[in-house]
Design a protein around this ligand. Sequence first.
Ligand SMILES: Cc1ncc(C[n+]2csc(CCOP(=O)(O)OP(=O)(O)O)c2C)c(N)n1
Ligand SMILES: [Mg+2]
Length: 1031
Amino acid sequence: MQHLRTTVARLRPITATQTVKSQSQARPMAVGGALRTFEPMRSYTTSVSAEPFMNGTSSNYVEEMYYAWLENPRSVHKSWDIIFRNANAGVSPGAAYQSPPPLGGAALGLANAQAMVGAQPNMEKLVEDHLAVQSLVRAYQVRGHHIAKLDPLDIGVIDFDESPVMLGLKKVGEKWFYGLDESDLDKVFRLPTTTFIGGSESVLPLKEIISRLEMAYCQSIGVEFMFINDLEQCQWIRQKFERPGVMQFTLEEKRTLLTRMVRSTKFEEFLQRKWSSEKRFGLEGCESLIPALKTIIDKSSMNGVESIIMGMPHSFSLPRGRLNVLANVIHKELDQIFCQFDSKLEAADEGSGDVKYHLGMWHRRINRVTDRNITLSLMANPSHLEAVDPVVQGKTKAEQFYCGDTEGKRVMSILLHGDAAFAGQGVVYETFHLSDLPSYTTHGTVHVVVNNQVGFTTDPRVARSSSYPTDVAKVVNAPIFHVNADDPEAVMYVCNVAAEWRATFHKDVVVDLVCYRRNGHNEMDEPLFTQPLMYKQIKKQKGVLQKYSEKLLAEGAVSRQDYEEEIAKYDKICEEAHARSKDEKILHIKHWLDSPWPGFFNVDGQPKSMTSLSTGLPEEELVHIGYIASSVPVEDFTLHRGLSRLLKGRAAMVGQRVCDWALGEYMAFGSLLKEGTHIRLSGQDVERGTFSHRHHVLHDQKIDRRICIPMNHISPNQAPYTVCNSSLSEYGVLGFELGFAMASPNALVLWEAQFGDFNNTAQCIIDQFICPGQAKWVRQNGIVLLLPHGMEGMGPEHSSARPERFLQMCNEDPDTYPIFSAEEFAVRQLYDCNWIIVNCSTPANYFHILRRQILQAFRKPLIVITPKSLLRHPEAKSSFDDMLPGTHFQRLIPDSGPVCENPEAVKRIVFCTGKVYYELTRERNNRGNDDIVAIARIEQLSPFPFDQVKVETDRYPNADLVWCQEEHKNQGYYDYVKPRLRTTVDRTRPVWYAGRGPAAAPATGNKAAHLVELQRFLDTAFNLDAFTEQS
Ligand SMILES: Cc1ncc(C[n+]2csc(CCOP(=O)(O)OP(=O)(O)O)c2C)c(N)n1
Ligand SMILES: [Mg+2]
C-alpha cells in the first residue's frame, strides 16, 4: 500500500505549491492574442537545428514566428515563410535560410530579427518541446487520477506501479521524460487546444502548466474520461476540471454544505447514542454521501427534473446509510424512522413484511434550493446486492414513458453502489448495457459508489481484478469521477458536474466516493480481525465534519457560534422526533410504499371489485383485430414472401373463425390496446418470436430499418404497443420489466424467455422480487413471464422452464381445501396467492388469461408455461366461439367426449397440463378407449382449482386418479399436484403417476430414447392394470 505513495512522490517533481506562480497569481500575458493551434503532426525532415542562424537562446521569438506561420504563412515576414517552408519540405541542412529582402520601415523588427538570427534558436528542440508539452498535458488527462489524493486514509489500495505512469518531469538516468528538464521550466509554451488550463491565456510557462495540471487532475478529484470516444464530451469534461478557478465556492454554498454535513454526521451519532446495541450499517466514514446526493438532486431539479427514482442496492441486510438517506435526502419523517427501532411495533398490514431497512419510500416535496416540486422515491430492495439496479431503471423508464418524457428531462434515476458489489455483481454490467438501447434507455443515470475500500471483511486486492471498482462503467463510455470523500467541496463539485453531464448528454456517469468504513461491517463487528492496518489508521482519522468545520472556521466562512447552534438545532429536531416516535404503536408498511397506484384501489387499499368479468370479445372485434393481424396497414411496404403467406394464413383462419396461438395472443393484445391498456413485450427476439410465429414487427425488404407494427394500427385512440428485442440478458431485462410494471397497474408488461430454461439466470429477480414482493413490501405487480417449455426431444436444454420451482414457491397450503363460496372461489384464491401459474393448452385460454390479467381489479405476477410445438399444432386451435362475450379463462378443461355419456363406467381420469394433453388424446384415439378413460386438463396450476377438480373426481366415482406429465418425476408438476389431488378427494382415493422416472437432467439428449420414454409413460397412463400391484 505504501508503495504507491512513494511512487507518487517520485513522480511528482513539481507540485502546485512549488511552482513559481499559483493560479491565483497574475498570469503571463498571452502572446499574439487569440489561441493558435499547435500542430504536432507537422514534422521537419530537415534538421532545423542545422540551420546556422537557429542555434541560440532566442527561441521565443522564433517560436512565435513559427506558430504564426503555422496558422497563416502570410502573417510572417516572407523570409520566415521561406525558412519554414524549406525546412518543412526537407531541404538539406543550412539551405533553408535565404536572406530576407530589405525591410525598409520595419527597422525595429529587422534589428530584432537579426539579433535573433545571431542567437540561432534550435528549431527542432522547439518542436520537440511543444510535442513534449502536449504529451505532458495528455498524460495528466489520462493518468492524473493515478496520483490524485483520492484516499482519505492515504493507504492507497490501488497500486498503479505497473502502469506506465509518466507524469511530470520524471528523471530517468540522465534523461527527463519528454525531453524536458529543469531548464525548461521557465520557458513559455503554447497550449494545445485540447486543454483549458490556460483560461483566457494561450501560452504559459512550463512550471505553470504543470502546476495547473496538478491542480486539475491530482488533488482530491481523479477524473477518468479519456477513453470516451467522443471529442465533444471529452472537451466538456476537460473544461469542467481544467478551467482556472472552477473549484471556487460562494460563502452560501459552503455554509449549506456544512449544514448538510452536520445533519448527515449527527444523524448517525444520534442513532448510535439511542440504540447503541442495534446494527445500523451506518454511514460513518462516508458522511459526505448525503451532501453528494442532495447536490445531484438540487442540480437536476434546476435542470428541470421532477421525479427521481433511487436505488440503494447496498450492504448486508441493510443498505449502508439508508436511514440517513431516508431522513436527510428523501425527508421521511424522523419519528417514522425512529419508531422502527421499537421491537414491539405491531404490523398493521397483510404479508410477512420486511426488515425496516429494506422498505421503500415515495415522497413529493419542494426542493428548497430550487423552490420546485420534486418527487423522490427509494425502491424497496432485497439483500441481494445490486439486484435492484435494473428494477430502478425499468421503473424510471416507465415513468418517463407515461409522462411523455422521451428525452429523460423530467424523470431520472440515481443508483447507489458498494465498491465490492459494483465490481463483483454481473447485474451491474447487464444494467449498464441497457443504458443506451432505445427501448430501455433512461437517458442517463447518476451512479454513486460508496467506495469504503472493503467488502464485508474482504480487501479489494483479492476481490477484484480491475484497478478501480468502477471500471465496469467504461463499457458504456461513462465518465468516472473519483473523489476523496473527506473533501466535501470536491465531492460537491463532482456531483454538480455529474448532474450537469447527465442533463447535457443524457448518458450514465459515475461518482466514486473514496471513503472508509469507520466501524466494522456493522456496528457490532470487529474490523481489526481482518483489516488491522487499515483500522489502526481509521482510529486515528479525524471525522470529515470536524475537518471541514475546522477549515471553514479558519477561513472565517462560519463562526463557531453559528456552527454550534446548527448542531444544537439538529439535535433538538432529533430529540423531539424521538419523543414523538414513542407514540407510534403500529407499523403501516403501506406508508413505506415506493410505487403507489393512486385510484386503482379503494380508500382502504382494497380492490374495487371482486367479481370475475367475462374476458370474451364480440365477434366483430375479433374479426377486426384478426384483419389487422393479417395485413400490412401502411402503403408501399415490401413484405417478405414467406411472411405474405403467413399473413394470408392468418386471414384464412379469421375467415374460418379460428385462432392459432399467435392469433390468440394478437386478439388479447389488440383488444387490451384498444381498451386503453399499454402493452410492453420485451425479451430476446420477441418481435419475431423465437419460433418465428409472432411477427409483430414487419421489416420492409427494400428499405433498411423501415418497419411496421400492425398492432399499433388497431384503432385511433388505442394505447401504444411496445415490443422490443432485448439485450441478451435475463437478470437485467427481467428486473427492468418488473420495474416497468411497478409504475402503473394499467399496463400489461410481459417478459418472454427465449426458452423457459433461461429464466434461471434471472433467478434472483424471481426469488427476491416477483415471488415474495407483495408479502414483503405490500406492493402488487402484474408482470407476466412467458416461458417456452416442452419435452420435444431437443435435449436437456431448451426443454424445461422448471415449473417445479415456480410451483414450489406458491404460498398455497396443499393440505387444506379452501373455504370460499362457490361464486367467489376463483377470485378469492387469486387474491390470496403470491403468483399465478398457468399452462394453457388452447389459444383461447391463453387469450383469456392475458385479458384477465388486466381486467381483474388487483395485480398478481403471472407465470405462463408456454408451448413450442403447439404453436403450429393443427389441433391446438380455438374457435371464436370460445372467445366470445360470456366466455372466460378455464382453470380446468374437462373431458367433453364420449366419457360424458356414462361417467359411472369411466375407469380412470388422467389429469394433465399443457402439451402432453395432445399426446394423450392421440394415444387414446389409437387405443379406442375414449369411453373409459377421461382426460382433464388443469390449465391453472396455481392457485389450484380444487373446486373444479372436485367436480371431475365426483363426476367419475369409479375412476382411479392418475397424474400424467411428460417431465421427469422429480420435476414438472407431480410433487405439487399430488397432495392437492389427495386433499380434493379427502384422501379417499390414491393418486397414481404416469410420466418419466426421476432424473438429474430435464431431458435426454437422445431422440430415440426420448420417444421410447414417451411411449412408455403413455402406455402406463392407459394401462388400467398398471397400478394394481401398487394398490
Ligand atoms: C448478491 C449478494 N452476495 C453476497 C451478499 C453478502 N454481503 C453483504 S454485504 C457484503 C459486502 C458488500 O461490500 P460493498 O459492496 O463494498 O458494500 P459495503 O458494505 O462495504 O458498504 C456482502 C458480500 C449479499 N448481500 N448479496
Ligand atoms: Mg465496501
